[in-house]
Design a protein around this ligand. Sequence first.
Ligand SMILES: [Zn+2]
Ligand SMILES: [Zn+2]
Length: 322
Amino acid sequence: MAETWELAEGVEVVELDGDVELPVRCFLLKEDEKRILVDTGYGETVPQLLNILEKRRLSSIVLTHLHIDHSGGALAVKKAKNIPIIYHRLELETLNQAINLDKSIHRMFADVSVDFLQEALHVLKVLPAPDFFAEDGMAMSMWRLMHTPGHTPGHVILVGENHAITGDLILVKETSNVAYVPLPGYHPLRNYLESLVKVASLDVEMLVPSHGPLIKDPMPRVREIFSHHRERLRQAASALEKGRTSIREVAEEIRWSKGSFSSLTPLDKWLALLETISHLDFLAETGYAIHGNSLTYTLSNNPDWRNVEQKLEQLSNGIYRP
Ligand SMILES: [Zn+2]
Ligand SMILES: [Zn+2]
Protein backbone atom coordinates (compact mmCIF):
# COMPACT_ATOMS: atom_id res chain seq x y z
CA MET A 1 0.00 0.00 0.00
CA ALA A 2 1.10 3.56 -0.58
CA GLU A 3 2.94 5.45 2.09
CA THR A 4 4.22 8.98 2.34
CA TRP A 5 7.21 10.38 4.18
CA GLU A 6 8.93 13.72 4.46
CA LEU A 7 12.31 13.99 2.75
CA ALA A 8 12.81 17.58 3.88
CA GLU A 9 10.62 20.48 4.84
CA GLY A 10 8.06 20.92 2.09
CA VAL A 11 9.17 17.80 0.22
CA GLU A 12 6.90 14.81 0.61
CA VAL A 13 7.63 11.45 -1.00
CA VAL A 14 4.77 9.17 -2.03
CA GLU A 15 5.76 5.51 -2.42
CA LEU A 16 3.35 3.65 -4.69
CA ASP A 17 3.45 -0.10 -4.47
CA GLY A 18 1.10 -3.04 -4.92
CA ASP A 19 0.54 -5.21 -7.93
CA VAL A 20 2.96 -3.41 -10.24
CA GLU A 21 6.19 -4.39 -11.92
CA LEU A 22 8.36 -1.91 -10.07
CA PRO A 23 7.36 0.29 -7.10
CA VAL A 24 7.50 3.96 -8.06
CA ARG A 25 7.71 7.30 -6.23
CA CYS A 26 5.83 10.52 -6.75
CA PHE A 27 6.64 13.78 -4.98
CA LEU A 28 4.67 16.61 -3.43
CA LEU A 29 6.59 19.88 -3.38
CA LYS A 30 5.34 22.79 -1.35
CA GLU A 31 4.34 25.84 -3.35
CA ASP A 32 2.79 28.38 -0.96
CA GLU A 33 -0.34 26.71 0.41
CA LYS A 34 -0.46 24.17 -2.39
CA ARG A 35 1.66 21.32 -3.68
CA ILE A 36 3.25 20.54 -7.02
CA LEU A 37 2.79 16.86 -7.84
CA VAL A 38 5.79 15.31 -9.60
CA ASP A 39 4.78 12.16 -11.53
CA THR A 40 1.60 10.18 -11.11
CA GLY A 41 2.49 6.48 -10.91
CA TYR A 42 0.79 3.72 -12.89
CA GLY A 43 -2.84 3.45 -13.93
CA GLU A 44 -3.04 0.61 -11.37
CA THR A 45 -1.90 2.86 -8.51
CA VAL A 46 -4.41 5.67 -9.18
CA PRO A 47 -6.74 4.76 -6.27
CA GLN A 48 -3.81 4.86 -3.79
CA LEU A 49 -2.61 8.16 -5.19
CA LEU A 50 -6.02 9.84 -5.24
CA ASN A 51 -6.54 8.70 -1.66
CA ILE A 52 -3.35 10.49 -0.61
CA LEU A 53 -4.16 13.58 -2.65
CA GLU A 54 -7.69 13.85 -1.29
CA LYS A 55 -6.81 16.25 1.53
CA ARG A 56 -4.16 18.16 -0.37
CA ARG A 57 -4.50 21.18 -2.61
CA LEU A 58 -2.41 20.90 -5.75
CA SER A 59 -1.15 23.66 -8.03
CA SER A 60 0.16 21.62 -10.96
CA ILE A 61 1.41 18.25 -12.19
CA VAL A 62 4.93 17.86 -13.59
CA LEU A 63 5.82 14.65 -15.42
CA THR A 64 9.52 13.75 -15.57
CA HIS A 65 8.71 11.70 -18.69
CA LEU A 66 5.80 9.82 -20.22
CA HIS A 67 6.60 6.19 -19.35
CA ILE A 68 3.45 4.62 -17.94
CA ASP A 69 4.88 4.16 -14.43
CA HIS A 70 5.17 7.99 -14.27
CA SER A 71 2.24 9.18 -16.36
CA GLY A 72 -0.35 6.43 -15.79
CA GLY A 73 -2.27 8.45 -13.19
CA ALA A 74 -2.06 11.82 -14.96
CA LEU A 75 -5.53 11.84 -16.48
CA ALA A 76 -7.21 10.80 -13.22
CA VAL A 77 -5.38 13.45 -11.15
CA LYS A 78 -5.99 16.14 -13.73
CA LYS A 79 -9.71 15.28 -13.72
CA ALA A 80 -9.92 15.18 -9.93
CA LYS A 81 -8.02 18.42 -9.34
CA ASN A 82 -8.46 20.38 -12.56
CA ILE A 83 -4.90 21.73 -12.59
CA PRO A 84 -2.31 22.35 -15.32
CA ILE A 85 -0.06 19.55 -16.43
CA ILE A 86 3.50 20.18 -17.52
CA TYR A 87 5.94 18.03 -19.50
CA HIS A 88 8.62 18.48 -22.11
CA ARG A 89 7.77 19.13 -25.77
CA LEU A 90 9.98 16.22 -26.89
CA GLU A 91 7.91 13.80 -24.81
CA LEU A 92 4.85 14.87 -26.76
CA GLU A 93 6.71 14.45 -30.06
CA THR A 94 7.91 11.00 -29.03
CA LEU A 95 4.39 10.05 -28.03
CA ASN A 96 2.96 11.25 -31.33
CA GLN A 97 5.55 9.23 -33.17
CA ALA A 98 4.67 6.15 -31.17
CA ILE A 99 0.97 6.64 -31.81
CA ASN A 100 1.67 6.95 -35.52
CA LEU A 101 3.82 3.84 -35.48
CA ASP A 102 3.06 2.49 -38.87
CA LYS A 103 3.50 -0.87 -40.44
CA SER A 104 7.08 -0.05 -41.44
CA ILE A 105 8.18 -0.16 -37.82
CA HIS A 106 6.33 -3.40 -37.30
CA ARG A 107 8.06 -4.81 -40.36
CA MET A 108 11.46 -3.75 -39.09
CA PHE A 109 10.95 -5.88 -36.03
CA ALA A 110 8.89 -8.45 -37.88
CA ASP A 111 9.63 -11.33 -35.58
CA VAL A 112 8.98 -9.46 -32.36
CA SER A 113 5.38 -9.22 -31.28
CA VAL A 114 4.41 -5.60 -30.74
CA ASP A 115 0.98 -6.22 -29.18
CA PHE A 116 2.24 -4.89 -25.85
CA LEU A 117 2.94 -1.56 -27.56
CA GLN A 118 -0.71 -1.21 -28.48
CA GLU A 119 -1.54 -1.85 -24.83
CA ALA A 120 0.85 0.85 -23.59
CA LEU A 121 -0.34 3.25 -26.25
CA HIS A 122 -3.91 2.71 -25.14
CA VAL A 123 -2.94 4.34 -21.82
CA LEU A 124 -0.84 7.06 -23.41
CA LYS A 125 -3.46 8.05 -25.97
CA VAL A 126 -5.68 9.38 -23.19
CA LEU A 127 -2.85 11.34 -21.58
CA PRO A 128 -3.86 15.00 -21.20
CA ALA A 129 -2.03 17.39 -23.55
CA PRO A 130 0.40 19.62 -21.64
CA ASP A 131 -0.94 23.00 -20.53
CA PHE A 132 2.67 24.21 -20.51
CA PHE A 133 5.85 22.74 -21.83
CA ALA A 134 8.60 22.01 -19.33
CA GLU A 135 11.68 24.01 -20.29
CA ASP A 136 15.26 23.66 -19.17
CA GLY A 137 15.94 26.18 -16.40
CA MET A 138 12.27 26.85 -15.62
CA ALA A 139 11.60 27.66 -11.96
CA MET A 140 8.89 25.77 -10.09
CA SER A 141 8.56 27.13 -6.55
CA MET A 142 12.00 26.48 -4.97
CA TRP A 143 12.95 24.03 -7.72
CA ARG A 144 14.54 24.35 -11.13
CA LEU A 145 13.70 22.08 -14.04
CA MET A 146 16.61 20.55 -15.91
CA HIS A 147 16.27 18.86 -19.28
CA THR A 148 18.16 15.56 -19.10
CA PRO A 149 17.59 13.67 -22.36
CA GLY A 150 18.73 10.08 -22.89
CA HIS A 151 16.38 7.75 -21.03
CA THR A 152 13.71 9.50 -23.09
CA PRO A 153 14.16 12.59 -25.30
CA GLY A 154 12.21 14.95 -23.04
CA HIS A 155 13.17 13.57 -19.63
CA VAL A 156 13.37 16.33 -16.99
CA ILE A 157 14.53 16.39 -13.39
CA LEU A 158 13.89 18.91 -10.61
CA VAL A 159 16.84 20.43 -8.82
CA GLY A 160 16.34 21.92 -5.36
CA GLU A 161 18.70 23.40 -2.82
CA ASN A 162 19.68 20.09 -1.21
CA HIS A 163 18.03 17.43 -3.35
CA ALA A 164 17.47 16.59 -6.97
CA ILE A 165 14.45 14.53 -8.04
CA THR A 166 16.03 12.54 -10.83
CA GLY A 167 13.26 10.41 -12.37
CA ASP A 168 14.70 7.42 -14.23
CA LEU A 169 18.00 9.05 -15.17
CA ILE A 170 20.15 7.26 -12.61
CA LEU A 171 18.97 4.13 -10.80
CA VAL A 172 20.96 1.92 -8.45
CA LYS A 173 19.41 -1.49 -9.01
CA GLU A 174 18.78 -1.35 -12.72
CA THR A 175 20.40 0.42 -15.61
CA SER A 176 18.01 2.86 -17.27
CA ASN A 177 16.99 1.85 -20.76
CA VAL A 178 18.50 4.17 -23.37
CA ALA A 179 16.08 3.83 -26.26
CA TYR A 180 16.49 5.13 -29.75
CA VAL A 181 13.79 7.54 -30.92
CA PRO A 182 14.03 8.94 -34.45
CA LEU A 183 14.10 12.65 -33.58
CA PRO A 184 16.44 15.01 -35.45
CA GLY A 185 19.67 15.63 -33.55
CA TYR A 186 18.85 13.07 -30.89
CA HIS A 187 21.72 10.72 -30.06
CA PRO A 188 20.35 8.74 -27.13
CA LEU A 189 23.50 7.19 -25.66
CA ARG A 190 25.67 10.28 -26.00
CA ASN A 191 22.85 12.48 -24.68
CA TYR A 192 22.22 10.04 -21.83
CA LEU A 193 25.86 10.05 -20.72
CA GLU A 194 25.98 13.85 -20.96
CA SER A 195 22.87 14.11 -18.77
CA LEU A 196 24.28 11.61 -16.31
CA VAL A 197 27.49 13.58 -15.83
CA LYS A 198 25.58 16.85 -15.53
CA VAL A 199 23.37 15.42 -12.79
CA ALA A 200 26.19 13.64 -10.96
CA SER A 201 28.03 16.95 -10.79
CA LEU A 202 25.15 18.85 -9.18
CA ASP A 203 25.93 20.45 -5.87
CA VAL A 204 23.21 18.67 -3.85
CA GLU A 205 23.26 16.30 -0.88
CA MET A 206 21.17 13.60 -2.42
CA LEU A 207 19.76 12.37 -5.71
CA VAL A 208 16.25 10.98 -5.35
CA PRO A 209 15.32 8.60 -8.17
CA SER A 210 11.82 7.35 -8.98
CA HIS A 211 12.75 3.76 -8.17
CA GLY A 212 15.02 2.11 -5.61
CA PRO A 213 17.67 3.48 -3.24
CA LEU A 214 18.42 7.18 -2.85
CA ILE A 215 21.91 8.17 -3.98
CA LYS A 216 24.26 10.11 -1.71
CA ASP A 217 27.46 9.79 -3.72
CA PRO A 218 26.62 9.24 -7.40
CA MET A 219 30.20 8.95 -8.69
CA PRO A 220 30.75 5.18 -8.16
CA ARG A 221 27.38 4.44 -9.76
CA VAL A 222 28.14 6.78 -12.69
CA ARG A 223 31.40 4.91 -13.28
CA GLU A 224 29.52 1.59 -13.22
CA ILE A 225 27.01 2.89 -15.74
CA PHE A 226 29.78 4.14 -18.04
CA SER A 227 31.51 0.80 -17.86
CA HIS A 228 28.17 -1.00 -18.49
CA HIS A 229 27.70 0.97 -21.72
CA ARG A 230 31.33 0.55 -22.71
CA GLU A 231 30.78 -3.20 -22.42
CA ARG A 232 27.66 -3.06 -24.60
CA LEU A 233 29.46 -0.89 -27.16
CA ARG A 234 32.27 -3.45 -27.24
CA GLN A 235 29.74 -6.27 -27.80
CA ALA A 236 27.98 -4.33 -30.58
CA ALA A 237 31.38 -3.55 -32.14
CA SER A 238 32.44 -7.19 -32.15
CA ALA A 239 29.09 -8.18 -33.70
CA LEU A 240 29.89 -5.79 -36.56
CA GLU A 241 33.40 -7.22 -36.77
CA LYS A 242 31.83 -10.67 -37.23
CA GLY A 243 29.85 -9.31 -40.16
CA ARG A 244 26.50 -8.92 -38.41
CA THR A 245 24.70 -5.96 -39.94
CA SER A 246 21.03 -5.91 -38.94
CA ILE A 247 20.02 -4.44 -35.61
CA ARG A 248 18.41 -7.72 -34.69
CA GLU A 249 21.64 -9.66 -35.38
CA VAL A 250 23.65 -7.20 -33.29
CA ALA A 251 21.10 -7.36 -30.46
CA GLU A 252 21.53 -11.14 -30.40
CA GLU A 253 25.26 -10.69 -29.72
CA ILE A 254 24.76 -8.40 -26.73
CA ARG A 255 24.53 -9.85 -23.19
CA TRP A 256 21.28 -8.44 -21.76
CA SER A 257 20.77 -8.15 -18.00
CA LYS A 258 17.74 -10.46 -18.17
CA GLY A 259 19.41 -13.11 -20.36
CA SER A 260 19.99 -13.85 -24.02
CA PHE A 261 17.98 -11.93 -26.61
CA SER A 262 15.90 -14.94 -27.62
CA SER A 263 14.83 -15.53 -24.00
CA LEU A 264 13.46 -11.99 -23.49
CA THR A 265 9.76 -11.11 -23.34
CA PRO A 266 8.36 -9.19 -26.35
CA LEU A 267 8.58 -5.91 -24.40
CA ASP A 268 12.17 -6.54 -23.35
CA LYS A 269 13.07 -7.55 -26.92
CA TRP A 270 11.64 -4.29 -28.15
CA LEU A 271 13.59 -2.31 -25.54
CA ALA A 272 16.74 -4.30 -26.36
CA LEU A 273 16.39 -3.52 -30.08
CA LEU A 274 15.93 0.18 -29.41
CA GLU A 275 18.90 0.21 -27.04
CA THR A 276 21.00 -1.65 -29.64
CA ILE A 277 20.33 1.18 -32.11
CA SER A 278 21.47 3.71 -29.47
CA HIS A 279 24.79 1.88 -29.16
CA LEU A 280 25.23 1.50 -32.91
CA ASP A 281 24.46 5.20 -33.28
CA PHE A 282 27.26 5.94 -30.78
CA LEU A 283 29.64 3.72 -32.78
CA ALA A 284 28.64 5.59 -35.93
CA GLU A 285 29.21 8.97 -34.25
CA THR A 286 32.71 7.90 -33.22
CA GLY A 287 33.60 6.64 -36.71
CA TYR A 288 33.59 2.97 -35.79
CA ALA A 289 30.48 2.08 -37.77
CA ILE A 290 28.56 3.36 -40.76
CA HIS A 291 24.80 3.68 -40.75
CA GLY A 292 23.50 1.75 -43.77
CA ASN A 293 19.96 1.89 -45.00
CA SER A 294 16.81 0.48 -43.43
CA LEU A 295 18.33 -0.01 -40.01
CA THR A 296 21.54 -1.76 -40.77
CA TYR A 297 25.03 -0.80 -39.68
CA THR A 298 28.42 -1.96 -40.94
CA LEU A 299 31.97 -1.56 -39.77
CA SER A 300 33.58 1.62 -41.09
CA ASN A 301 36.69 1.46 -43.30
CA ASN A 302 38.87 2.53 -40.45
CA PRO A 303 37.36 1.34 -37.19
CA ASP A 304 39.47 2.47 -34.25
CA TRP A 305 38.25 1.36 -30.81
CA ARG A 306 40.45 3.99 -29.14
CA ASN A 307 38.17 6.68 -30.60
CA VAL A 308 35.19 5.09 -28.87
CA GLU A 309 37.01 4.93 -25.54
CA GLN A 310 38.32 8.46 -25.91
CA LYS A 311 34.79 9.70 -26.54
CA LEU A 312 33.55 7.93 -23.41
CA GLU A 313 36.34 9.40 -21.33
CA GLN A 314 35.76 12.86 -22.73
CA LEU A 315 32.00 12.67 -22.07
CA SER A 316 32.62 11.57 -18.49
CA ASN A 317 34.46 14.79 -17.75
CA GLY A 318 37.15 13.01 -15.76
CA ILE A 319 34.80 10.72 -13.83
CA TYR A 320 35.46 7.58 -15.88
CA ARG A 321 38.57 6.06 -17.42
CA PRO A 322 38.00 3.03 -19.66
ZN1 LIG B 1 11.21 5.56 -17.57
ZN1 LIG C 1 10.27 4.58 -14.21
